[in-house]
Ligand binder design. Sequence first.
Ligand code: CA
Length: 230
Amino acid sequence: MARVLVVEDDQFVRSALIRHLTEAAHTVRSVGTALEALREVAQVGFDVVILDLGLPDLDGGEALKMLRGITDVPVIIATARDDETEIVRLLNDGADDYLTKPFSVEHLSARMTAVLRRSRATAPGAEPSSPAIRVGGLCVDPLRRRAQLDGCALDLTRREFDLLAFLAGRPGVVVARRELLAEVWQQSYGDDQTIDVHLSWLRRKLGETAARPRYLHTLRGVGVKLEPPQ
Ligand code: CA
């Protein structure tokens, strides 16, 4: 999925981030100071940097400026300070997005997905670096718009593919219907039935049912998640 650099000096927050990102199939490296971050970024290619603003060695704004001096990798700043003026200044100084601590895994995933989508869409002539997404026996290749289950190609409609790819991109994360409508259907409102119908078609093609789910799990009133069979 994505190569992520976590810059965070708080050991607790750092371990939690590493765990969640690794579970979501990202490759993660982490450092605890701004100077280490600069060294990492200079040596290793990342798709996104999550930058804590309260670092022991450099002020967050300084760290961001120095990062921007050497790379245009997307940067999501994580701040405990809910200070609008500062956030606006940092966004103007080159941050791509921000998260206010404490933030949920879902929130982080959503921000990362958005930032990665923007950066991959704008990379000059870039072959998007995202390889196929693998969840259990499921393999989804967003670039070629192909999906396989246990090595057999799935014959999916455009919408079914979009739905599957979106869910497979955040395995184990419960996605709200509202978010599916917005992201897959590009609608800000709509009928839950639309989603249910597509989910049931997708289920059938994956060889499962709502009563006996393998990959697709519906949480009544909450949303849907895709995860490898237990
Ligand atoms: Ca900190």
